[in-house]
Design a protein around this ligand. Structure first.
Ligand SMILES: NC(=O)c1ccc[n+]([C@@H]2O[C@H](COP(=O)([O-])OP(=O)(O)OC[C@H]3O[C@@H](n4cnc5c(N)ncnc54)[C@H](O)[C@@H]3O)[C@@H](O)[C@H]2O)c1
Length: 339
């Protein structure tokens, strides 16, 4: 372990002299193309040094779009030839877990989508490997970076600590979830993570209820999460609702906010019923989802961490594992209650 750490600090000192960061990309799929390639392309200090996908159609389409010369179908070969400062491995966990493990074992810094594995066991192993090999890591929990929510949270905290916070995540999706992870790990995880971020501190208790509303799998989740700060967070997820909504409330002394990440945020102070209204695109200064959705900022943190060797990532594996743990506790409570 000592030897690995000294290798890492050598890497770090080389990194700190770098002005441009070289990243390699594994995966040219939906999410990667929607938000991660555009985020990286918006930075003038990032070079996409190589791209890998086993689907040659996707590989070439994305490589052509972003003028990436070095193209691979074998990620190990790409890593060997490109020697990147960081690697994006973007795809679902049942496909990517073994790749993430291998990358961490090579001591590589990685950016991955949520969820952080398909179970708490996988999350625990990923966090262990990242720590063991001194890797910089980031999980794409981008609601923490939504410019609108960051502004709302800052305004609340200026008045005092968060007393309670709520995150609602609903979709109109009345079909059985046949994907490998399930709604808890795939969708509710965002609401759990956002509540953790809003409340701050460490989770000390989780009380939950779940239901299977019109489908055979769990698609309705309610959890009360108690934090050591004294704050309490409420998670409410319903995948059989009327429409998609990702909405939060934060309450601090004499101030509260009610905000939809993809819409408007309202800030109320001292009994003012009208409140101040903010638009997510205006606050972000962009109509692009990858910007107002918080993805660009999430990517920026990873790149800045690679440049200095000191992590400023808001969702390193050491933190994201805590969100996975809460999700697994809710699943365990669900099984114990016979749902
Ligand atoms: N953060 C969010 O708000 C958000 C929103 C939607 C989805 N997601 C997450 O994003 C993830 C899905 O990402 P995606 O949409 O880019 O996935 P995708 O399935 O569209 O793409 C994955 C790509 O990886 C390639 N691939 C598979 N095995 C490979 C290998 N061995 N080597 C190289 N390439 C390989 C596939 O060919 C595919 O092109 C999921 O975990 C999902 O939960 C996150």
């Amino acid at each position: 372990m000592g030897k690995k750490r000294s290798k890492t600090s050598k890497k770090t000192s080389r990194r700190s002299k770098k002005r441009t960061v070289r990243v390699a990309m594994i995966g040219a799929g939906g999410m990667a193309n929607a938000v991660h390639y555009p985020s990286l392309a918006s930075f003038d200090d990032v070079t996409i040094a190589g791209i890998c996908d086993i689907d040659e159609g996707r590989l070439n389409e994305t490589a052509d779009k972003y003028s990436i010369e070095k193209r691979y179908t074998d990620y190990r070969r790409m890593i060997d030839e490109v020697a990147p400062d960081g690697v994006y491995a973007v795809g679902p966990p049942h496909i990517m877990y073994d790749i993430w493990v291998w990358l961490l074992q090579q001591g590589l810094n990685i950016y991955t989508e949520k969820p952080m594995g398909m179970s708490f066991h996988q999350a625990r192993m990923l966090a262990y490997l990242a720590e063991e090999h001194g890797c910089i890591t980031q999980v794409s929990f981008q609601r923490r970076n939504s410019p609108l929510l960051v502004k709302m949270r800052k305004a609340c905290l200026a008045r005092g600590p968060i007393v309670h916070a709520i995150c609602e995540f609903h979709k109109c999706n009345l079909v059985p979830y046949t994907g490998s992870s399930g709604f808890m790990i795939d969708d509710a995880i965002h609401a759990i993570d956002t509540v953790r971020w809003m409340c701050g501190g460490e989770v000390v208790d989780v009380q939950s209820r779940t239901k299977r509303a019109c489908v055979p799998d769990i698609n309705w989740i309610h959890a009360d999460i108690q934090f050591d700060t004294g704050a309490i967070g409420f998670v409410q997820v319903n995948m059989s609702s009327g429409r998609r909504v990702f909405r939060v409330q934060m309450h601090a002394p004499g101030i509260s906010t009610d905000a939809e990440v993809e819409g408007k945020g309202y800030l109320y102070k001292d009994n003012d019923y009208h409140g101040d209204v903010f638009d997510t695109k205006e606050v972000a200064g962009s109509n692009e989802n990858y910007v107002f959705g918080g993805f660009q900022s999430k990517n920026r943190e990873f790149i800045d961490s690679l440049k200095t060797g000191k992590t400023v990532c808001s969702s390193p594996y050491s933190d994201a594992i805590k969100t996975m743990e809460v999700a697994d506790i809710i699943l365990a409570q669900s099984i114990l209650s016979g749902i």
